[in-house]
Design a protein around this ligand. Structure first.
Ligand code: GLN
Length: 494
């Protein structure tokens, strides 16, 4: 019996076209995996068994029509609005909230033929790096259940890694797609700021937030990105051009591309396994003339500090709308002011409160110039430095996360340690650049390690060519994922 959850998007399309399987069978296979694994992994806040099967039956009724994501089961981070369906942001404050509209990305996935299989867990309002800030449940890393899946899109990453969805959407404000992708051994992509419409994404830090895909390999990731990207008149910050072609040139890999490696990457603290894989990658790329070490990227150290000022400042403003009047939870009280205070006191978790306080502080008169204005200046410098590097190079190589997955609970009492998870991911958000994490290897403890590429503004096609080049170098799925496509192919081929 074929294991239907093993097929990639391209392979599935071939099966559908040849009528060798049905969307119902595929969706059922994913639901079966969810029944088997979800009780321990807890990646989903909701699973849409019935509606997904209904949708599958409809697609089967019409037959394969060549749409890019026809019959592809996809999981959605629960900070993306789904019409009539609870959208919680893993927060008590949105209790009972059902958006009256779909996010643009949901509409686009549906238009491409995808089947939405469930909504995934996250750190409350996407604030965190481990999924432990969810008000509802802790998601476990499918590679080892004692470990965190990363965050904030940890549910989406875990769902894809555990074979509970073929692809997923997450959001990335400071690394929340790439870091959990790295920790769960899947591909995670954040496009250029403005590449994907944020309409219907519950805002955390609007100048940094971007929606993007998780998938098992680079080609699948590109297919989902093509489906969701492109100008949207409902989000004025979207780039006014159609979704780019990200797949035609993938096979070219690194051909003709120049990769910059920051000169001082050695000085940043990182786990030995991450260090080892990074050094090996650099050596391999230098050997074939692709990479150049010694490129100056001096903004790295300050990016994390400025990120936590800018992100929290915007969050404190964006989250002001949860006042018990318009959405979700309302705590009872005799007076209006008291009602606001109780609702926000009861509804927000500790980390969200910490960020609102920090954000309000850095924006307050007397501190604004020292913190917020300074962080904006640093942002301008970081953008300029990236601009210099991309005059001579196509891509920048960095680890995604300084460590593989950490144990659940390990960083809960130490927000600074948790924030430092984002040291390598925040620069791309600050500069609005596209970046991807590709699974590269496995630590001695058996946990995945991802490598990151960053590209220039609007250069997703080059970015994914590089990612594809890395994927071919690492052969991660073949080497480390049981029942990978190749192994299954060999078995089937006899
Ligand atoms: N971990 C980072 C934070 O807590 C990034 C979050 C994100 O990208 N949504 O802010």
């Amino acid at each position: 019996m074929r294991d239907l959850v093993q097929y990639s998007i391209v392979e599935l399309a071939a099966l559908y076209r040849a009528r060798e399987t049905t969307v119902r069978e595929v969706v059922q296979a994913y639901l079966d995996t969810i029944s088997a694994r979800e009780p321990r992994i807890r990646a989903f806040l909701q699973v849409f068994s019935d509606t997904a099967l209904d949708e599958a039956a409809k697609l089967d009724g019409k037959g394969y029509d060549g749409r890019a994501l026809f019959g592809v089961p996809i999981a959605i981070k629960d900070n993306l609005c789904t019409r009539g369906i609870p959208t919680t942001c893993a927060s008590k404050i949105l209790e009972g909230y059902r958006p009256p509209y779909n996010a643009t990305v949901i509409e686009r996935l549906k238009a491409a033929g995808a089947v939405i299989i469930g909504k995934t867990n996250l750190d409350e309002f996407a604030m965190g790096s481990s999924c432990e800030n969810s008000a509802f449940q802790v998601t476990r890393n499918p590679w080892n259940e004692a470990y965190a899946p990363g965050g904030s899109s940890g549910g989406s990453a875990a769902a894809v890694a555990a074979g509970m969805a073929l692809a997923a959407l997450g959001s990335d404000t400071g690394g929340s797609i790439r870091q959990p992708a790295s920790l769960c051994g899947v591909v995670g992509l954040k496009g250029t700021y403005g590449r994907v419409s944020r309409y219907g994404l519950v805002a955390f830090a609007s100048s940094l937030d971007q929606i993007g895909p998780f998938a098992r390999d680079v080609r699948d990731c590109a297919a989902v990105m093509e489906a969701i990207a492109g100008h949207d008149e409902r989000d004025a910050t979207t780039i006014p051009e159609p979704s780019p072609d990200l797949r035609s040139d993938l096979e070219k890999g690194f051909d003709g591309l120049r990769v910059a490696v920051p000169a001082d990457f050695e000085k940043w603290e990182m786990d030995e396994a991450v260090h080892g894989i990074t050094v090996q990658t650099i050596e391999d790329l230098v050997k074939n003339g692709t990479a150049d070490t010694g490129v100056c990227l001096p903004g790295m150290e300050v990016s994390i500090a400025s990120y936590y000022i800018l992100a929290n400042a915007e969050a404190s403003s964006n989250l002001a709308r949860y006042d018990g009047v318009k959405y979700g939870l309302r705590s009872s009280s005799d007076s209006l002011i008291d009602m606001y205070e109780r609702t926000r006191g009861d509804g927000f978790g500790e980390e969200v409160k910490r960020r609102i306080l920090l954000g309000t502080y850095v924006l307050s008169s007397g501190y604004y110039d020292a913190y917020y204005a300074k962080a904006q200046q640093v942002k301008a410098l970081i953008c300029a430095q990236f601009g210099e590097v991309f005059k001579n190079y196509d891509l920048i190589l960095l680890p995604t996360s300084p460590t593989p997955a950490f144990k659940l609970g390990e960083r809960l009492d130490d927000p600074i340690a948790m924030y430092l998870s984002d040291i390598f991911t925040t620069p791309a958000n600050i500069a609005g650049l596209p970046a991807v994490s590709v699974p590269a290897g496995v630590s001695p403890a058996g946990l995945p390690v991802g490598m990151q590429l960053i590209a220039g503004w609007r250069q997703e096609a080059k970015l994914l060519r590089g990612a594809y080049g890395l994927e071919r170098m690492y052969r991660f799925r073949e080497r480390f994922v049981r029942d990978s496509h190749e192994q299954r192919g060999r078995r089937a081929g006899g």
